[in-house]
Design a protein around this ligand. Structure first.
Ligand code: IPE
Ligand code: IPE
Ligand code: MG
Length: 241
């Protein structure tokens, strides 16, 4: 069964899940973090090479300051608490996004987590934090313009491959499958460049109720897709046989 080399998840619906149970949004985030841990372990077990978790978007800075602060603290605590699990599961941590905007203590925690896990050879776990696809592309274009201005590059040197190398996520292949929970059919500024040919699986379940079984269902869905990349079905069948 073909499995995605790179799986990316838009973990959405924490607030609505909590509200439906008469609880505050923060409770939803706490339960969501627990689910993230389970799914990370499951992906390591399934030998998936790359897993991106969209945890906080550029636009999420617009939320009430108390919620932003709570999320930052929760992230820091979880990163510290899960260090052992990450090592035991041979998981290597990466982060993409505008990390400078994060609180200093969280930045330090991320840095030390990346350093401690950087010899691990199993799952590459990418946290998208303060991440926006448009911002990532804009930054890449700005870097390329600077290199042209410095005389290191000609405008004609700039092609898709060159732009890709300037992206934060350039070390990872494009995501083969993007899962979004909570039923929303949108990307919300996630992996805009990278998602060009991603398969998309949307489930109505909110993130805190997403299970390993739901993950398996999404992988089965993926396995049934015919990925044509613009070609015809006949051409694709020919390549396989
Ligand atoms: C996802 O859940 C977590 C983050 C975006 C940080 P939400 O907080 O967006 O929950 P809903 O979508 O409001 O239910
Ligand atoms: C997307 O969820 C961002 C993350 C899951 C981190 P949002 O809740 O921010 O998305 P919108 O606002 O509903 O599009
Ligand atoms: Mg949401």
């Amino acid at each position: 069964m073909p499995t995605p080399k790179h799986l990316a998840i838009i973990m959405d619906g924490n607030g609505r899940w909590a509200k439906a149970r008469g609880r505050g949004r923060f409770y939803g985030h706490i339960r969501g973090a627990r689910v993230a841990r389970k799914i990370i372990e499951e992906c390591a077990r399934l030998k998936i090479s790359y897993l991106t978790l969209f945890a906080f978007s550029t636009e999420n800075w617009l939320r009430p300051p108390e919620e932003v602060q709570f999320l930052m603290t929760l992230l820091r605590h979880r990163l510290r608490r899960e260090r052992k699990t990450l090592m035991e599961n041979n998981i290597r941590v990466h982060c993409i996004g505008d990390l400078q905007r994060l609180p200093q203590d969280l930045q330090r925690e991320i840095k030390s987590c990346i350093q401690e896990t950087d010899k691990n050879t199993g799952l590459n776990l990418i946290f998208a934090l303060s991440y926006g696809g448009r911002q990532e592309i804009t930054q890449a274009v700005r870097d390329l313009c600077q290199r042209v201005k410095n005389g290191e590059l000609e405008p004609s040197d700039i092609d898709e491959a060159r732009l890709q190398t300037q992206l934060d996520s350039s070390f990872a292949p494009d995501p083969d499958l993007i899962i979004r929970t909570s039923g929303e059919m949108r990307l919300s500024n996630f992996y805009l460049w990278q998602a060009a040919y991603s398969e998309i699986f949307v489930t109505h379940k909110n993130w805190p109720e997403f299970t390993a079984e739901d993950l398996r269902e999404s992988l089965q869905y993926f396995a049934q897709r015919e990925r044509r990349f613009g070609r015809t079905g006949e051409q694709v069948a020919q390549v396989i046989t």
